[in-house]
Design a protein around this ligand. Structure first.
Ligand code: NDP
Length: 246
């Protein structure tokens, strides 16, 4: 079992979905965990309760990923309150759909502000505070490997950017023993992409395993990369997609 006893973790967008499952998994394996969220105060409080029920310290900080100053402040607050930072999971993100002819400049700026700029700023703030041997894990998407249909250009752009960001971080932070990797989920049953939603059947038709992932299955991969046996894995992507890109 992955032992994270004494580790200090931050999960952005930890109030729901993959982020919530990750925060709980990290705590159940010994880490103290802070989460950020945007609006879901009640959901965030429920996740904190689950962290505490695992016997760990937990707290939630509101921080809109599109607000760079607030993200920087939130990372600083988390590192101060936890007493350091060992694990950073850059998970907060939004979906985006629309044909290239319909997506506006405002859409482009909003999605990149959350899915790319917010991740960059959070990683930068975390790098300044992270202990040697730490872990950065960014939640991309299988769409960086395979864009299976129309209307996803902006989302694919935003998630593909994380691959380059993560490789750069791996180089910048490698001398400190800090790893940086991307986890690329395929269709995962969350509010963003429900397994019974209007686009679910089309997504399932691309899979080798004919079902959506459970958020806990993505969290398991994140947990592995956060753990001590993954110290030599850096600058790469781990795709958990039920065979979507096969
Ligand atoms: P959910 O919509 O279920 O949860 C999103 C989480 O991110 C929530 O905690 C939400 O906070 C937070 N969040 C959203 N926008 C912001 C923001 N502007 N600032 C701060 N926090 C924000 O999504 P998923 O769990 O499905 O997605 C998590 C990550 O996984 C995303 O990066 C997504 O792109 C990626 N992904 C998801 C896939 C899927 O099929 N579900 C597939 C591939 C990748 P709040 O609750 O306050 O709104």
């Amino acid at each position: 079992m992955t032992d994270l006893t004494g580790k200090l973790a931050l999960v952005t967008g930890g109030s729901r979905g993959i982020g919530a499952a990750t925060a709980i998994a990290l705590a159940e394996h010994g880490a103290d965990v802070a989460i950020t969220y945007q609006n879901s105060t009640d959901d965030a409080a429920s996740v904190v309760k689950r962290i505490e029920a695992a016997g760990r310290r937990g707290f939630a900080v509101p921080a809109d990923a599109a607000d760079a100053a607030r993200v920087e402040e939130a990372v600083a607050q988390v590192a101060d309150e936890l007493g350091g930072l060992d694990i950073m999971v850059n998970n907060a993100g939004v979906g985006a759909m629309g044909m290239i002819t319909d997506v506006t400049l405002e859409d482009l700026d909003r999605v990149l502000a959350i899915n790319v700029r917010g991740v960059y700023v959070a990683a930068q703030a975390a790098a300044a505070r992270m202990s040697d041997g730490g872990r950065m894990i960014h939640i991309g998407s299988v769409i960086a490997d395979r864009n299976a249909g129309p209307g996803m250009t902006l989302y694919a752009l935003s998630k593909s950017a994380l691959v380059g960001l993560s490789k750069g971080l791996a180089r910048d932070l490698g001398p400190r023993g800090i790893t940086s990797n991307v986890v690329q989920p395929g269709p995962t049953d969350t509010a963003m992409n429900p397994a019974d939603g209007p686009f679910a059947a089309a997504q399932r038709s691309f899979l080798a395993i004919d079902r959506f992932a459970h958020p806990e299955e993505i969290a398991a991969a994140i947990l592995y990369l956060a753990g001590p046996t993954a110290a030599y894995i850096t600058g790469t992507a781990l795709t958990i997609d039920g065979g979507h890109a096969a």
